[in-house]
Design a protein around this ligand. Structure first.
Ligand code: HEM
Length: 219
């Protein structure tokens, strides 16, 4: 018998699709350049706030959004990759690896962006706090390495989702929209009520305030 279980709470889904939207905007604005860089920076602050939010939500969010539910040992990753492990309700061991890789690459990209300078009209809000050598290093990483890393991980992420949907018959993207997964065995659902959603709004606002504070440090 199949069980329809709430796996991704609404805050996690909103986080995911907002992040995807902002990343597309980041790439578009970076490629347009010029005054679009103002929006590149604004969207970057949005990504920063989302990452902070996800960090906190990984501790207090719905069951399957908590980091504890998708921290797997290398042995578990190996067993899963070899097809010797049942599909977990939340992120699989390989999915978890890609999530942590994406979040880390995005954090590096946001972090270096704050110290980057395009040497034309726009500079990150914290460039005044460090030496010009550090600014040059941050700019190099941000525009040469981090960008390619994030793009590669996003492409891999989307290809993996497409593979699982088409070849393995697992409509993962649908679950990231509705929040629910059809599972072969019962599983505890993620809490996703009005109270947890209100908490997420408060946390997101606090994260946005924290970003505004960090950005203001360079003034
Ligand atoms: C810029 C584009 C994207 C970024 C940065 C991104 C990032 C992420 C992140 C960080 C997670 C982990 C969610 C969490 O636990 O908080 C995730 C999961 C997921 N993403 Fe994306 N994503 C992108 C595009 C997409 C697209 C286009 C799709 C659908 C085709 C998609 C489908 C999914 C699904 C289904 C999961 C859950 C995977 C699982 O079941 O383990 N993502 N994504």
């Amino acid at each position: 018998m199949a069980h329809l279980v709430r796996i991704w709470d609404l805050p996690t889904r909103v986080f995911h699709w907002l992040l995807a939207l902002l990343l597309v905007a980041q790439f578009v604005t970076a490629n347009i350049g010029g005054n679009a860089m103002l929006w590149h920076m604004r969207c970057g602050y949005g990504v920063f706030a989302l990452l902070l939010f996800r960090l906190v939500w990984g501790l207090v969010g719905g069951r399957w959004s908590r980091f504890a539910s998708f921290l797997f040992s290398p042995r578990a990753v190996w067993r899963y990759a070899g097809g010797r492990m049942d599909e977990p309700a939340g992120h699989s061991p390989l999915g978890a690896l890609s999530v942590f890789a994406l979040l880390t690459a995005l954090a590096l990209q946001v972090g270096t962006g704050l110290f980057s300078d395009d040497e034309i009209a726009f500079s990150g809000p914290l460039t005044a706090l460090v030496s010009s050598e550090r600014v040059a290093q941050a700019t190099w990483f941000h525009s040469e390495i981090g960008k390619v890393l994030v793009l590669a991980l996003v492409v891999l992420h989307v290809l993996a989702i497409a593979y699982y949907t088409r070849r393995r018959g697992k409509p993962l993207a649908r679950a990231m929209i509705s929040g629910d997964k059809l599972l072969g065995a019962p599983a505890a659902p993620s809490g996703d009520d009005a109270r947890s959603r209100a908490l997420a709004v408060v946390l997101l606002l606090a994260c946005a305030a924290a970003v505004a504070w960090v950005v203001g440090l360079g003034r």
